[in-house]
Design a protein around this ligand. Structure first.
Ligand SMILES: [Zn+2]
Length: 200
C-alpha cells in the first residue's frame, strides 16, 4: 500500500469514527434523560440525515428505540421508505425489532459499537441482518468505539443501582431494569476485528 493510500484510509477511518462519535453523543443525550444510553445516526452521501437516541421511557413506547426513531426521521428526510445507500451507525448491537426494521428499510451498511450478547440480533443471539433467506442482507461491521459505548452503558447501570440502593422502593426510577442488556457483557472483545474490516 502506498503512502497516499494509507493517508486516504486514515482519513476514511477518522470520518467513520466521527459518525460513531455523533451516535455516542446521542447515547449521552439518552443518558441525560435517564434512558438506557443508546444512540444512532444514519448517513447518506457523507451527510448525517438522521440522529436519534433511545426514548423508550420518555415516549412510553417500546417502539422508541434509537434505530427506529432514526429510520423514521431518515425516511421523512429522503421521502422514501427505502434507505438503500444509507449507513447506520449505532452504539449497541440492534435488538430483533430494530434489526428487522433495518432489513425492511434495506439499509446497506450497519456499523455497530458494542455487541449485546443478551439480545443482539446482528450475530450475538441471531443474525437478522445477514439471513440468506431474506431479500436483503446488510454489510455489518462491529467493534467501532465499542469501549466508549460500553463504558457509557456500564456507568448508566451503575448509577441506576446506586439510585435503587438509595431509594427504599423502585418508584420513580425511570429506567427500570433492562433485562435485555447485560451491562457486564456489553462489550466487543478488545479490538475485535470487524467482519468486513480492511486487511492490514
Ligand atoms: Zn431496538
Amino acid at each position: 500500500m502506498g503512502l497516499f493510500d494509507g493517508l486516504a484510509e486514515a482519513r476514511e477511518q477518522k470520518k467513520i469514527e466521527g459518525y460513531m462519535r455523533a451516535a455516542l453523543k446521542e447515547a449521552q443525550k439518552a443518558y441525560d434523560m435517564h434512558e438506557v444510553p443508546i444512540g444512532c445516526v444514519i448517513v447518506k452521501d457523507d451527510k448525517i440525515i438522521a440522529k436519534a437516541c433511545n426514548k423508550r421511557n420518555h415516549d412510553r413506547s417500546v417502539l422508541s428505540h434509537a434505530e427506529i426513531l432514526a429510520i423514521s426521521q431518515a425516511c421523512k428526510k429522503i421521502k422514501d421508505w427505502r434507505l438503500d445507500g444509507c449507513t447506520m451507525y449505532v452504539t449497541l448491537e440492534p435488538c430483533p425489532m430494530c434489526a428487522g426494521a433495518i432489513v425492511q428499510a434495506r439499509i446497506h451498511h450497519v456499523v455497530i459499537g458494542a455487541m449485546n450478547p443478551k439480545a443482539g440480533s446482528a450475530g450475538s443471539v441471531i443474525n437478522i441482518l445477514k439471513t440468506p433467506g431474506f431479500n436483503h442482507q446488510c454489510e455489518v461491521e462491529s467493534g467501532l468505539l465499542a469501549d466508549e459505548s460500553s463504558a457509557l452503558l456500564s456507568s448508566f447501570f451503575k448509577d441506576l443501582r446506586e439510585t435503587k440502593d438509595a431509594a427504599e422502593s423502585t418508584d420513580g426510577i425511570a429506567a427500570g431494569d433492562d433485562e435485555e442488556i447485560d451491562e457486564k457483557n456489553v462489550a466487543a472483545p478488545a479490538a475485535a476485528p470487524t467482519e468486513n474490516s480492511s486487511e492490514e
